[in-house]
Design a protein around this ligand. Sequence first.
Ligand code: ZN
Length: 501
Amino acid sequence: MPPLRDVWVFPYPDLRKDFVFISERYRPPISLLRIHNTLTDSVEEFSPIVPGKVSMYVCGVTVYDDIHMGHARSIIVFDAVARYLRYLGYDVTHVTNFTDVDDKIIRRSAEEGVEPLELSARYIKRYFEDVSRLGVVPATMYPKASESIGDIISMIEEIIANGFGYAAADGSVYFDVSKVENYGRLTNQTVDQLQSSGRIADDPNKRGPLDFALWKAAKPGEISWDSPWGPGRPGWHIECSAMIRSCMGEQIDIHGGGNDLIFPHHEDEILQTEAVTGKPLANYWMHNGMLQVKGHGMSKEEKMSKSLGNFFTVRDVLQKFDGRTVRFYFLNTHYMSPLVYGEDMLAEADAARGRLVNNYRELQSYAKTAPSSTADPSATVEEYRARFCAAMDEDFNTREAIAVMFEMARATNKSMADGTLSREEAEAMLTLIGEFDSILGIMPEDTKDEGLDEIMGILIDLRKELRSRKMYDLSDLIRDRLKEAGFVLEDSAEGAKWKRA
Ligand SMILES: [Zn+2]
């Protein structure tokens, strides 16, 4: 099997240089991966629909403001999930959406006097700036609601044709929840329990209180698209069902998102898709726990959210902390656990991560001068790798995986101090840390020099070619731009070499 390559559909090539590329290592897929499935509330063995491939959809953000740390948690958790699946050898299609038309966007754009899609485009660009600083590997596709209107309208037409939807007098379309028998599968609740949960907004156009809007008739002056029911825009839930179908097909392996989306959003996605396909939407539903904030003057914790006004933007946090520290902070907790946000906890994460980084730096300098040995380090490497993978295989337990890295650091600190660590062992440990970090993304950038070597080799060859054609200005431009980026090229008799400045 050839090594894997990611397929990129990434709309901002100017930002792409900032993203971390995963080194392409191949291990045969192992069947030990187990995932907690919200549908059954149990940890199940993972088995994809198509062997060797994984389709994963993660609900994205509504782009009317900068992303906050609560969003960052979900983005980083599913980034690590996608990275680990790729590490296992799966060909992963990871889709995450942008809700770029909704009430909040319309309200905010009216306040600012700009077009809604201009406002959302601004925050999509800023989203990519933020997630690139968090070392997030871009998803395979980023569909937008505003660009999926055709898919959305045809799905609503099919829902109506199959008897699960109705158009109201004002030109809105609703899903008729009374037509389904098993609503509430993710939350394990009956329709009666959901109805009495008190979270349902009143709407005179609805036949039943749990019915939800598939299409919203346009109010005067609002952004709208033509539809068989008159001008309007999509409801929130329908965009995910329509995008999943258009990007990945009728059924996917993993559907992810924050656990605040389970009801009603994910329950409604299930109803919409099943009304059209008659098949389950996703086999595994993964939900990350909420990032909480200490309530004002109370011990009670509440969810970090825009509407509660208790959020910390990623931008603000990144002024004080490295993006890799933010990753460490999130990944050092199980993704399902609630987590209370505090700057003191980020400082703690920074210090803990610093111990791993220091060990890495010491291994680097130790390996340059350490005595060579004939002892084979592969047994030690295999043991650590097996333990790291065992942790990740058990529902992506990144906290346990990081604990294995700390154990490695303690062991090598000791054997470096007493001089029993050989150069071969030190080098093997450095390689292994880089391998683990292709999943976690918490270590310094230069653990990934392996792939960089190839890229620099291409640039060096290109420069040689330019010089042979006497295009010295372009050859110098490459050298100067690399220098600006922190890489020095040294010309010698044997050709050019590169190093970090
Ligand atoms: Zn969704």
